[in-house]
Design a protein around this ligand. Structure first.
Ligand code: UDP
Length: 376
């Protein structure tokens, strides 16, 4: 049997988390030969996931440069990925989500008339500046892709509205749930994997734990300042501790350093590897985030998630009642957190486990569809 070569491309932490289950599922298909290429758009964060998922990329472009502009990054990605495609001669290319890597990977494939599979297709906020530049990145992939793997019906509907052929849209669930469940299984089998968080659990001493992450570009500047002030006011309460794994982007750290300083109950720590982050999600009472992936994981664990954004392309968490948009208004963030801390009814209403984003089988579905397409 002639195998078809699938080139899977990714560059950032969330892409690696959402694609490692896909790489494994594709590798289980005898008709496919899988090659992986990382651009290392986020070097350190990406490597943490590769290590946990036991994934050694076949090609590593290592394109990370300190302080690189979006123009320069995009130009280097397009050229670098095009050269990889010329050398590897894949039969199809897989990209995920809405990063510069996904957009440039799809475009380089299009220039070579290679079919593209888009994992996590159809997310739309409707506003090209929220999130920026991700909303346009993912819209650019849509007309290029041959297979659109939509995580939910809402995402599939968004693609149909853009006149994507319905036969090319497959609702698979989000592969982040596959990654989450796999990682929980690994932690259950080997608790040492996430044991680094035990001291945090011990230090809680009855306090409620708020898990904070923030990294969105559109929140840099005023938004980040408001988030820092809100964290400071939440930390004024003695019954609360905040665990804040800091994204390495200096636009986050500099504001937090200047505005928060050192506080005994704000635990600012380096980014956690995935098993430790999953453990932090399990431990916490409330999640305060502007992350996309965290909005999908928190509902699966029944953790109320307050989303520090004005819009979301993941309305399913809001519809299920586990997520609420709070924007970057300082007073709103503080009052929503305090309501959850002080009103057990409000807390219970949000803290119900739902899985609107998938059942953990998304990667298997995706791999089967790609393998079956070759048999036609
Ligand atoms: N995450 C992690 N360690 C951390 C913070 C987040 O492993 O310290 C994971 C998280 O579980 C989620 C993903 O990283 O799966 C989200 O990445 P990020 O927020 O950077 O990107 P986004 O999802 O907003 O694109």
């Amino acid at each position: 049997m002639t195998q078809r070569t699938v080139l899977v491309i990714f560059g950032t932490r969330p892409e690696a988390i959402k694609l490692f289950p896909v790489v494994r599922a594709l590798a289980d298909q005898p008709a496919l030969r899988v090659r992986t290429c990382v651009t290392a758009q986020h070097r350190g964060l990406l490597d943490q996931v590769l290590a946990i998922a036991d994934l050694a990329p076949d090609i590593d472009l290592d394109l990370m440069e300190p302080g690189q502009t979006l123009d320069r990054l995009t130009a280097r990605l397009l050229t670098g990925l095009g050269e990889v495609m010329d050398a590897e001669r894949p039969d199809l290319v897989v990209v995920q989500g809405d990063t510069a890597t996904a957009m440039a990977g799809a475009l380089a494939a299009y220039y070579r008339k290679l079919p593209v599979a888009h994992v996590e297709a159809g997310l739309r906020s409707g506003d090209i500046y929220h999130p920026w530049p991700e909303e346009v990145n993912r819209r650019i992939v849509a007309p290029i892709a041959t297979w659109h793997f939509a995580p939910t019906d809402t995402a599939a509907e968004a693609l149909r509205r853009e006149t994507i052929d319905p036969a090319a849209i497959h609702v698979t669930g989000n592969t982040v749930i596959d990654a989450l469940l796999w990682t929980q299984g690994r932690i259950a089998a080997d608790p040492m994997l996430a044991a680094g968080l035990d001291p945090i659990a011990d230090r809680l001493a009855g306090r409620r734990l708020v898990l904070v992450t923030t990294h969105r570009r559109e929140n840099f500047g005023d938004g980040m300042g408001a988030i820092a002030r809100a964290i400071g006011r939440i930390a004024d309460r003695e019954d609360v501790a905040l665990l804040f794994p800091m994204h390495p982007n200096p636009s986050v750290g500099s504001v937090m350093d200047a505005m928060l300083g050192e506080r005994g109950n704000v635990w600012r720590i380096p980014p956690l590897d995935y098993p430790h982050f999953v453990r932090a999600l399990e431990l916490c009472d409330i999640v305060l985030t502007d992350s996309g992936g965290v909005q999908e994981e928190a509902p699966a664990l029944g953790k109320p998630v307050l989303v520090m954004r004005e819009t979301t392309e993941r309305p399913e968490g809001v519809a299920a009642g586990t997520a609420r948009l709070v924007g970057t208004d300082e007073n709103r963030i503080v009052s929503e957190v305090f309501t959850l801390l002080d009103n057990s009814g409000a807390y219970a209403a949000m803290a119900r486990a739902h899985n609107p984003f998938g059942d953990g089988q998304a990667a298997t579905r995706i791999a089967r569809i790609i393998a079956d397409a070759g048999r036609a």
